[in-house]
Design a protein around this ligand. Structure first.
Ligand SMILES: Cc1cc2nc3c(=O)[nH]c(=O)nc-3n(C[C@H](O)[C@H](O)[C@H](O)COP(=O)(O)O)c2cc1C
Length: 187
């Protein structure tokens, strides 16, 4: 059993990225426990907090430590990632020497109504995660242009091409996490 946390890069209560994140978890192969990694209550990061991290930030880092890998499904704001997601990544990188993403396998996807389907945001996110030493999945890329009719009212994917892409992504993301998960050997 592998444990994967998913992060929705949007604080919207009607987030289309959460719809896609749930579809990915539903389409994933068996043997995976998914948990949503929640960061909406984090205050704006300041280095002043490094000497005494608030409880909510300690919980955020504990939640990250509890998973073998992460799937980030992000919105695009102004051709980058939303500020709330960047803030959560800032918290996870500190206090210095305790970077929560160091070596943590990550797979990235995103959806927007726009024509490039979060491609610009995802490139920024890759750069950030590269600096944090998180190995990121290269393919398949998921730059989805949101179409409400692609997703049924029951949350299932109604468009076969979208379902195929998200299935391939889920399979590759799980394999990527397994590849980077240390094996515990009995002494
Ligand atoms: C501040 C702001 C900036 C945005 N910038 C972009 C953008 O650069 N590219 C894009 O495709 N959509 C942009 N959008 C539209 C979002 O893609 C759209 O709101 C989408 O529903 C966000 O995903 P969510 O529903 O998961 O929150 C922007 C929306 C907001 C509120």
């Amino acid at each position: 059993m592998v444990r994967i946390g998913y992060i929705v890069g949007s604080l919207s209560s009607r987030s289309i990225n959460r719809v896609v994140a749930h579809a990915i978890t539903r389409l994933a192969p068996p043997g995976v426990e998914f948990v949503e990694l929640e960061y909406s209550q984090l205050p704006v990061y300041t280095p002043d907090a490094d000497s005494d991290y608030p409880a909510v930030a300690r919980q955020w880092k504990a939640d990250l430590a509890s998973v073998d890998g992460v799937i980030i499904v992000t919105a695009e704001y102004l051709r980058s990632i939303p500020g709330a997601l960047k803030n959560a990544l800032d918290w996870s990188s500190r206090p210095w020497g305790t970077n929560s993403f160091d070596g943590k396998p990550v797979a990235i996807a995103g959806v927007s109504p726009g024509s490039i389907g979060t491609a610009a945001a995802q490139q920024h996110l890759r750069a950030i995660l590269g600096h944090m030493n998180a190995p990121t999945l290269g393919q398949p890329e998921v730059f989805l242009r949101f179409n409400a009719t692609d997703f049924g009212p029951d949350g299932r994917v109604a468009n076969p091409a979208t379902e195929k892409l998200l299935s391939r992504f889920a399979e590759a993301a799980v394999a990527h996490v397994r590849l980077h998960t240390p094996v515990t050997v009995d002494a």
